[in-house]
Design a protein around this ligand. Structure first.
Ligand SMILES: [Zn+2]
Length: 274
């Protein structure tokens, strides 16, 4: 099995060293390796709470009307995980691939900003970004300081007494136009963001590197299929299961944080020889 793994890593490195326009598609598994538990796993948030209930605006309103204990518990968990989360070796290796001129862009289902923090610059976030807000008045978007925002959320989670919508809104940053803003993340039932751009990127790709995604969340999961239609080779890295790769592709049963640095080292060696 060990032999097999290194063989697949060599294969992936060979393909990437010849790629002109590799596009990365990452999912929850990538964040899990940075300590953000995949919400769908046993014990995860969506295992204990029904996302159709707590992941929608009406659901949140109804939980607030009950005093907000559930919301507090969810916020506390999210704040803890996101405060500790840092880009892992996989994120850093992907940023390196961009600097080497191999990777064209990153399409991610994750909202944690870790690809940007690692140094990737062309990032399309189909489920939004937790540290970006959208003004409900003028529609403009703005980033907030990560630690400042998490501290504000933490205040809400630690507070006592009933939690109100007003109480939450007071802590949400205002737009420069004075308008009220909301986190620019896609909630359940809302449409995904930048899907057109993501599909355009998929069509431009000659290799698609697929990392830690279960392929169950549509329409984002159609991105690898669009890449394949455009003729891209798929390289899938997933420690638990193969979802997209078929026999002409490469599948690496390993964590992204383990496999990607090895692959990037191999790509560098090949580039030097040329
Ligand atoms: Zn505004």
């Amino acid at each position: 099995m060990k032999n097999n793994l290194s063989e697949e890593i060599q294969k992936a490195a060979e393909i990437l060293s010849q790629a002109k326009s590799a596009v990365i598609f990452s999912g929850a598994g990538m964040s899990a390796e940075s300590g953000i538990a995949t919400f769908r796993d046993p014990g995860g948030l969506w295992d204990r709470f029904d996302p159709a209930e707590v992941g929608t605006a009406p659901g949140i309103m109804s939980l607030l009307s009950e005093g907000g204990d559930t919301i507090r518990e969810i916020i506390r968990e999210v704040v803890e995980a996101f405060t500790l989360a840092r880009p892992n070796a996989g994120h850093l290796a992907l940023a390196e691939l961009e600097r080497m001129g191999v990777a064209r862009s990153v399409i991610t289902q994750n909202i944690d900003n870790l690809h940007r923090e690692a140094g990737s610059t062309r990032v399309f976030e189909v489920h939004g970004n937790l540290y970006r807000f959208r003004c409900l008045n003028c529609e403009s978007k703005f980033f907030v300081d990560r630690s400042d925002f998490l501290e504000r959320l933490g205040d809400i989670a630690r507070g006592s007494g009933p939690l109100s919508l007003e109480g939450i809104m007071e802590r949400v940053p205002r737009c420069s136009c004075g308008g009220v803003s909301r986190p620019d993340v896609v909630m359940f039932g809302e449409s995904v963001q930048e899907l057109g751009e993501a599909i355009f990127e998929a069509h431009q790709s000659d290799v698609m590197l697929i990392l830690g995604t279960s392929g169950v969340v549509y329409p984002a999961a159609m991105v690898p299929q669009e890449a394949r239609k455009a003729g891209a080779v798929l390289i899938e890295i997933n420690p638990t299961e193969v979802v997209f790769a078929s026999k002409n592709d490469v599948y690496i049963r390993e964590k992204a944080a383990v496999a990607l640095p090895l692959i990037v080292e191999e790509v560098k060696k090949r580039k030097k020889k040329k």
